[in-house]
Design a protein around this ligand. Structure first.
Ligand code: ATP
Ligand code: MG
Length: 417
């Protein structure tokens, strides 16, 4: 029989991969909590209209990537493709629109894309949304969170923060007109995809990854020249803020977000490689999202980062996976060994493995096999004087540790600083 397969574009997480995955989330959660963002977790299943009404028909997600289906009760559902619209839905459903909501989230998202490294059909995001403020200072707050997060992961230096303004509706109307006429002048040279995008939403042509399209886009009008006074002020304040906070950035006047609900600031942390998967973290301000799904006129700003994309840049970061063993010289002491393990109160980064069968020789060879770096061994003589042997497998050295001091001993030896 053929071996059972996993769905294309999905991953099983186990071993070091899940340790890395969880470490990224743990760092993110710790940082968000300390900056007073609260966690929100929305369902994976949502009604299709939450995304079709907000993201825009011309977006990649709605036009081709959504896992969209009718269930047995004839309801149109989707596996959520992104977090922001779902969180806006949750704010409306839970009637908390009047609050200032600072949320963080993490979890799986689903898009039917062509699977490749850093581009999956089930991928995972961490993200934040700051909802209810129209102040550029909240844009800065979420960017600072992104900065701290990427620094904590030690990948900030590999990335460039690109920033742009999409202005308000008036800006985009004027700009769209000018961009459309420029692109129409160059219509025959555009790729088929860009020709298609031009009809539905000319802004999306700026997103093209085709070399020839990029050349044409380079000489296109810049949205920054179309900003009205309000949008200009907002963008200038943001840029001044970044300077003041010593955040490195590049203005990229061609940066647009692929979704309809964005306006004003748009930003991405990208690598300099020219890959289509070079965006690690992406975000911006959205002032029309709530109204598009039947809510009040609320504005927000946020970002999302792909955990798998982060992992691609963290190859050099080894996960700590030290194992230490506990066993007895005499199996009658096994319950005592288990009690010692149960009494350990410290949060050590190493893994404790209790070996509870076989003779002493077998126990040593088992400890070796699992790659332990050392072992605590409880013998009868030591037990009588409330001590335990520590044997370091790297140095071969042995020492006696007070049973009451195992916590301290391990803490000193292995705890993450
Ligand atoms: P891309 O241009 O790479 O398709 P996007 O604009 O569709 O990205 P967003 O919707 O802004 O992406 O999602 C935010 C982040 O989520 C991306 O910057 C990326 O890190 C991650 N991401 C998006 N799609 C995928 C995917 N299919 N697989 C893995 N990560 C993804
Ligand atoms: Mg995409």
């Amino acid at each position: 029989m053929q071996k059972v397969k996993k769905v294309k574009g999905t991953r099983d997480l186990l071993g070091n991969q899940i340790i890395l995955h969880n470490n990224i989330i743990a760092k993110f959660v710790r940082l968000c909590n300390s900056l007073n963002f609260s966690q929100i977790s929305t369902p994976i299943l949502e009604y299709s209209e939450i995304f079709t009404k907000s993201l825009g028909q011309s977006s990649d997600i709605v036009s081709k990537e959504m896992y969209n289906f009718e269930d047995q009760g004839k309801e149109r559902l989707v596996l959520r493709p992104e977090g922001t619209a779902a969180i806006a839905r949750a704010v409306i459903t839970n009637s908390i629109e009047q609050n200032l909501n600072k949320f963080f989230y993490y979890g799986p998202m689903f898009r039917r894309e062509r699977p490749q490294s850093g581009r999956l059909r089930q991928f995972h995001q961490v993200g934040v949304e700051y909802i209810g403020s129209n102040n550029y200072l909240s844009d800065l707050e979420v960017i600072i969170l992104a900065e701290e997060f990427l620094k904590d992961l030690k990948i900030r230096k590999k990335l460039v923060l690109e920033i742009n303004s999409l202005g308000n509706e008036i800006t985009r109307k004027k700009y769209n007109k000018s961009l459309k006429s420029y692109l129409n002048e160059n219509f025959t040279q555009l790729s088929d995809l860009s020709k298609e995008r031009l009809k539905k939403n000319p802004l999306r042509v700026l997103d093209s990854k085709e070399e020839n399209d990029i050349k044409i886009v380079q000489s296109s009008p810049s949205i920054i020249d179309f900003l009205d006074d309000e949008s200009k002020r907002m963008f200038e304040n943001l840029i001044n803020g970044l300077e003041k906070l010593s955040v490195n950035y590049n203005i990229n006047r061609f940066l647009v977000r692929g979704l309809d609900y964005y306006n004003h600031s748009a930003f991405e942390y990208v690598t300099e490689e020219k890959k289509s998967q070079n965006t690690v973290l992406a975000g911006g301000r959205y002032n029309q999202l709530f109204a598009s799904i039947g809510g009040k006129d609320l504005s927000g700003v946020g970002w999302a980062a792909g955990i798998e994309r982060i992992e691609m840049h963290m190859n050099d970061l080894k996960t700590k996976d030290e194992k230490i063993c506990f066993f007895s010289t005499n199996n009658e002491l096994d319950l005592e060994v288990l009690k010692i393990i149960a009494d350990l109160k410290i949060n050590i980064s190493s893994k404790i493995h209790f070996i509870n069968s076989g003779n002493l020789k077998k126990k040593f060879s088992k400890a070796n096999k699992i790659g332990a770096i050392g072992s605590f061994i409880l013998g009868e003589d030591e037990w009588k004087i409330k001590k335990i042997i520590w044997k370091d497998f790297c140095t071969g050295l042995q020492e006696l540790v007070e049973l009451d001091n195992i916590d301290q001993f391990l803490n000193k030896k292995f705890c993450e600083k």
